[in-house]
Design a protein around this ligand. Structure first.
Ligand code: 9UX
Length: 72
């Protein structure tokens, strides 16, 4: 399967932040794509919900030092 998720990221202040967060999200098993946008402070994630859970993706972002929550 393939699901899309939008996250609101907190604490990104420079252009080096997005690639660090993308790397962390992409390392979660079942994540197919991740793009982080500095300007909008959001991340879009494509993932297989049978392999990756939202909580794991949130944990990955927090583990590299950023606040994150699900966006509506
Ligand atoms: Mo730039 Mo982002 O020094 O945490 S990488 S602010």
């Amino acid at each position: 399967g393939r699901e899309s998720l939008t996250l609101r990221i907190g604490g990104m202040t420079c252009a080096h932040c997005p690639p660090a967060i993308e790397k962390a999200i992409r390392a979660v098993k079942g994540v197919q794509a991740a793009t982080v946008n500095l300007a909008t402070q959001t991340a879009t994630v494509e993932y297989d919900p049978t392999q990756a859970k939202v909580a794991e993706i949130l944990r990955a972002v927090r583990s590299v030092g950023y606040a994150v929550g699900t966006a509506t």
